[in-house]
Design a protein around this ligand. Sequence first.
Ligand SMILES: Cc1cc2nc3c(=O)[nH]c(=O)nc-3n(C[C@H](O)[C@H](O)[C@H](O)COP(=O)(O)OP(=O)(O)OC[C@H]3O[C@@H](n4cnc5c(N)ncnc54)[C@H](O)[C@@H]3O)c2cc1C
Length: 492
Amino acid sequence: MAEGKHFVTDVAIIGTGGAGLAAAFEARGAGARVAVLEQAESLGGASIISGGGCFIAGSPLQESQGIHDTPDDAFEDWVKWGQGSADEEWARFYIEHTLHDLYFWAESLGVRWVDVRLQEGNRVPRWHRPDNNGLGITTVLINAVHNRGITDILTSTAATKILTENGRVCGLEAVNTKSGETIEIRSKTLVVATGGFNANLDMIREVRPDLRGRKIMEGAGVGATGTGHKLVREIGGYLTHMDNIWFYAYATPDYRDSRAQRGLVFRHTPGYIWVNQQGRRFHDESRSGGASASPALMAQDPPHAWAVLDSQMAAKMEVADPYYRSGAKIRRDRVQELLDNSPYIRRANSFEELGRKIEVDLPAFLATVERYNRACESGLEQEPEFGKPLNQSKRFDTPPYYAVQLFPLARKNFGGIKTDLKCRILNKYFQPIPALYGAGEVTGMAGGHINGRAGLEGTMLGPSIFSGRVAGAWAAEEAGFGPGFIGKPNRP
Ligand SMILES: Cc1cc2nc3c(=O)[nH]c(=O)nc-3n(C[C@H](O)[C@H](O)[C@H](O)COP(=O)(O)OP(=O)(O)OC[C@H]3O[C@@H](n4cnc5c(N)ncnc54)[C@H](O)[C@@H]3O)c2cc1C
């Protein structure tokens, strides 16, 4: 190890996704000196490659489209969707603050909300998309942090230990991942905003023993390796609901990953069908979310499936990964490169040939496609087998046909480090560990398990940014700066 460096600051923050950036912005705004660490070479974490969608209730964008929404309706949907395991106090806190402390706050920094979409489990559209997706909103946050005059931003610097003195957190140790130089930061308070652990299959299988021996794929940002969870656990922080992992079904292995562990989520392929190894459909593919499609996929034997597309459908396919998409811009040439080169994707000019290539039960597979085509031609509103609405479907009639192999992909962590409403990290007695705060996906997006077992979508980035603001403001307050987080709830 090279000779160490020493820093002294008021508030130290680990991680520069939406949570860490929002925390830095608030803490600096309160007048504290701030030092920010990021293990990657650049800022942004999973947030910058995300779809950017944020769950917001009662916005002007909704109103402009004639959508009436209230925090009470949103809360009811949230709790129901969370299957009884959402943290209702945190859910209420977040939902009531989405209008003023997320929607308008982000706008005041330069975010433009351009789109609002309906997602499974919501009675009205609430998934608000910022201009240029996660790249757009996270770039705005990065600029806001720079504009606030925060200069101690250490990239390629990984936190390795949280330091304590007399039971109180007093800083951290870190290492420069390029030079090996060690760094010690002494701070009055510390915010952990290190993201999730879905880029760490060992950790996933540790908390989900039922998945041992099954093929699952890493699907979070590459930095989501769970180091923050370990650092906090080492000093007595309490981890909760760790088995609440949000899987996606519409994902295929990333053949460019030499470790063969990462997966790619692909979407916007209306009309495609999924078949199991027996050549049969098993689900209404329009219900593609983590609460419906993923359990259906995992129940297949063997637990994988094939998404079947014709070339018109393939032309609309989007891949949610920075190699295939920059912000809202799709790299169509690269999507085609994936279709042409992935060993997990087969192509054929007829369904007989495709069925042989994917080694499914051929007569059953051909009958499945035939039945689906007949349903599309019949003018029915829904196909009869699983009730899939056919308004976005068409006959499979444009070769070449593709079969894309699907395996479950771990995308988001709905459990994590337990905090109170000030984002103070709690110990096993549910008492705050002095001077230690947590926000974002490392805290199951906020509080420990704000979503519960299932999320209404947009309920990851939104709560990560919001809890980042809360954590930064209270960490500054404990360090002697500002009044803590106040915000403005949206109540009648
Ligand atoms: C492709 C994709 C699309 C998504 N789309 C959406 C969406 O549309 N809507 C939605 O709500 N959610 C979405 N999500 C989820 C959402 O992006 C995340 O839950 C959210 O961004 C988490 O923010 P965060 O700040 O907690 O963590 P991150 O953004 O992951 O940031 C954590 C940072 O901490 C760093 N770090 C980790 N350990 C250390 C260490 N020891 N030392 C220093 N640095 C460290 C990491 O490198 C990383 O940069 C998506 C996720 C992915 C992967």
